[in-house]
Design a protein around this ligand. Structure first.
Ligand SMILES: Nc1nc2c(ncn2[C@@H]2O[C@H](COP(=O)(O)OP(=O)(O)OP(=O)(O)O)[C@@H](O)[C@H]2O)c(=O)[nH]1
Ligand SMILES: [Mg+2]
Length: 464
């Protein structure tokens, strides 16, 4: 409302006070409604948990661990479906290698990762000589895998979504939309709208789907020796090294397991499933029945877990879920300190994660939400530091502390804890875990501890 034109200073003061009072009353009512809703949910023994973090931070992998522990029947039902995802992951690695060979043989620049394109171009023109007729033959013999890739994607209902530059690409589009930026040239990853549909075990009972899966598996098995020859080839290894691509550390890497996987009788193990990569698009809800270990009776809770797509183009979809969320599990992949976002190659991944964490901590709608932070991918962090990659090159504030996993994790833990303290609208407890969520045994312990903490806290707040 506009102020009256002839308002005196005392009228102005009185009006501002009225407006502030009205705002306070409205905020209190909103707060009360939220508290009522939360209490109702808790009296029904229901909790809503949101998994947040940037793309590839490990949200879906954490969800898989939850389901492995607390939705065992569904987990087993889906097991057979993961075979196609693992096959597709392998084929994607092989196709990436084939594309590199093609690029080097034709003398064109590489398609991925490194910034120094002039160096790459001159290197690739000489390195093309490293590839011979043997590689040409392998390329021909492995060509049928492209058909298998298409068939698997069709069966999984998978798409490959290019990053759309027309969308806002800020770290936190839910509170700070910015102008679009040009998207990088990058191979798009495949995704499915819902992996529970994609890997649904009952697909195997459909004869048509089964025949299609059998034919893909046969072609895949026929290519096994050539895939292994390609992966073991020294010229291929050198080309990957030149391009600083550490395939063994990338998501969905299974090339060292070809003998075990490229067989008719292969069934995905729990470890395979947590290592398989399937990008999330949109938001998916999963129900878990969780029983606590300390109530005397009626101790079953329903946990509604929401898994979201973490890429910047996906983050605006998170906002509607903030309203009634009891717990957020935020994944920060600590190994990514020297990497950049797929969707915006100008942005350091750790910096993006930090910005995102700060924004989640400061979001008013989440004031009462319990925040749990996973400093994830500690295994990869350890390997990276061992290779001599220095944190302080990318995070100068780390200074001359030892470039080792324990001090690095301790430093990041303190940094993230401080951000939470500084930016939370009200004080809240910091729950921080150091994780490698592909390690299912260690993660099971973490999840049991979270279950107990979350349930105890919610029993107290709801006076159940
Ligand atoms: N080595 C290692 N790999 C991990 C870890 N956590 C996740 N990964 C792998 O990283 C890849 C990405 O993990 P996801 O759980 O799919 O990532 P996300 O956060 O769901 O990614 P979006 O769906 O794109 O938002 C998968 O192949 C995982 O197996 C970890 O702690 N260590
Ligand atoms: Mg995901």
């Amino acid at each position: 409302m506009r102020p009256p034109p002839d308002e005196t200073p005392s009228q102005l003061t009185a009006r501002l006070k009225r407006e502030a009072d009205a705002q306070r009353i409205s905020d209190n009512i909103d707060e009360e409604i939220k508290r009522d809703r939360a209490a109702q949910r808790k009296s029904r023994k229901e909790l809503r948990i949101l998994l947040l973090g940037q793309g590839e931070s490990g949200k879906s992998t954490t969800l898989k661990n939850f389901r492995m522990q607390y939705a065992k029947e569904a987990w087993e039902h889906e097991r057979s479906g993961w075979r196609s995802v693992v096959q597709l992951n392998i084929i994607r690695s092989i196709i990436l290698i084939l594309e590199i060979i093609e690029a080097e043989m034709s003398g064109s620049g590489p398609l991925l990762d490194d910034d120094d394109s002039s160096r790459r171009l001159s290197e690739s023109s000489t390195s093309g000589d490293a590839f011979t007729d043997k590689h040409r033959l392998l390329m021909i013999r492995l060509a049928p895998l492209r058909g298998v890739e298409a068939a698997l994607k069709r069966r999984l209902g998978a798409g490959a979504e290019p990053y759309r530059p027309s969308q806002p690409l800020s770290a936190t589009p839910f509170d700070d939309p910015v102008l679009p930026i040009p998207a990088p040239k990058r191979r798009s990853e495949f995704f499915v709208r819902s992996w529970t549909d994609a890997v649904d075990g009952s697909h195997g009972q459909n004869p048509e789907i089964q025949a299609d899966a059998d034919s893909s598996t046969i072609t895949f098995m026929t290519c096994k020796d050539d895939m292994r020859a390609l992966w073991d080839d020294p010229a291929v290894q050198r080309a990957l090294e030149r391009r600083k691509i550490r395939l063994a550390d990338t998501a969905g890497f299974f090339l060292n397991d070809l003998d075990r996987i490229a067989t008719r009788s292969y069934t995905a193990t729990d470890d395979d499933i947590v290592r398989a990569r399937l990008r999330t698009v949109g938001i998916q809800e999963y129900l878990l029945r969780i029983t606590d270990g300390f109530s005397l009776r009626d101790n079953a809770w329903v946990w509604k877990l929401y898994d979201v797509g973490g890429c910047r183009t996906q983050r605006s979809a998170w906002l509607p879920f903030f309203e009634n969320t009891d717990v957020i599990i935020f994944l920060c992949p600590v190994s990514c300190f020297d990497e950049r976002l797929d969707e915006d190659q100008r942005v350091n991944r750790l910096e993006d994660s930090t910005l995102l964490w700060r924004s989640i901590c400061s979001t008013k709608l989440l004031t009462k939400t319990q925040l749990i932070l996973f400093l994830n991918k500690c295994d990869l962090l350890k390997r990276k530091l061992k290779r001599g990659i220095k944190l302080k090159t990318y995070l100068p504030s780390y200074g001359d502390r030892p470039n080792e996993v324990m001090p690095v994790v301790k430093y990041l833990r303190e940094k993230y804890k401080e951000i939470q303290k500084q930016h939370s609208p009200e004080p809240r407890v910091a729950y921080i875990y150091t994780t490698t969520v592909t390690d299912t045994t260690a993660t099971a312990k973490t999840l049991h501890s979270i279950r107990d903490r979350v349930l105890r806290e919610n029993l107290v707040t709801s006076n159940l």
